[in-house]
Write a protein that binds this ligand. Sequence first.
Ligand code: NAD
Length: 368
Amino acid sequence: MEDAFRFSDAWGPSRIIHIHRPSLGLKAILVVDNTACGTAIGGVRMAPDVSLEECFRLARAMTWKNAAAGLPHGGAKAVIFGDSRMPVDQKETIIRAFAGAIRDIADYVAGPDMGTDELCMAWIKDETGRAVGLPGAIGGIPLDEIGATGFGLTAAIDVARQFIGLDLKGARVAVQGFGAVGKHAARFLAHKGAVLVAASDTSGTLADADGLDVDALVGLKAAGMPLRQHAKGQKLGIDAILDVPCDIWIPAARPDVVRADNVARLKARLMPQGANIPCTAEAEQALHARGILVVPDFIANAGGVICASIEYRGGTQHAAFDYIDERIRANTRRVLEEASKTGQLPRAAAVGLAEQRVKAAALTRRWR
Ligand code: NAD
């Protein structure tokens, strides 16, 4: 009994649902963490190696992210065990069966995450009547296509750079992971005069101290080609991105890429976290000790979920961009001011802010 409640604390989770349909090979878990702020929104991740623990950690992260962003949503996450590259008709069956199993969990709204996309969300909406991150044809705002998270990350950077006296014009930027988040962040920063000195993907690192052509790289990725196919720049190993001298180092790929054993290699002044949990706790402490300013993931990368929330409420792309800009700027300023006043890590200040909002919302609820 105790084991079944091993993740329980004062915040949640309010429910954990295991779904198993042996005839289909469907195994999935839904964790609804905390709904004090409202109906929970959280992504559906599909991968062979997901776990209950990962699902719980991501659901809790969504509780903080949604609350910090001031959204009327609690936090949740779902994981489906399986290879997301399975044939599309098999994937449709699995996703629709998953959707059928969560149809009555009215305090959860699914969104896209690793291994699922807007088509998957359309299937879930078709089965349950609710989902976010939908295709434009059924009222969705294509958040990855428009770069909602990269846009928000740029807003966070524009505020954070003032805390370290950094001018964006000419600032050197390195981006780890040139995907939906990384490439759009590079694009928005280039518009503000920053210079992309390195970018990486699974094919390796591309570097040029004189600056890379961001539009050309975006075009390359759109054509399905890896960064190392670019004609110019130095081609380096995947880890070399860590050693590139720069002002702003943006993690936008995998979790735990900066750890105690490699944190000393970073030569940057600012780390706005595009990826979720890109640093271990020790590494984040080490960055703080070295005076490298971190804008924590759930403050800096909230653009995507803000966009999803606006879509859920019937808003427009224009409204989503306005909200992202206003909210991420305000939160980044508040968190960094609090951190510099108290000397604590920005992450601790950010969690404090989110906890305050969840507590205030919980006071309005009958069951908490
Ligand atoms: P994506 O799949 O579009 O892009 C990821 C990119 O990272 C790809 O270019 C891939 O080649 C590269 N990559 C993977 N492993 C790498 C490695 N070890 N080194 C260098 N590059 C590597 O994914 P995304 O949507 O851009 O998400 C990136 C991160 O941001 C994830 O941690 C995700 O959870 C987080 N995030 C995404 C959003 C969003 O709106 N898409 C919102 C919040 C957080």
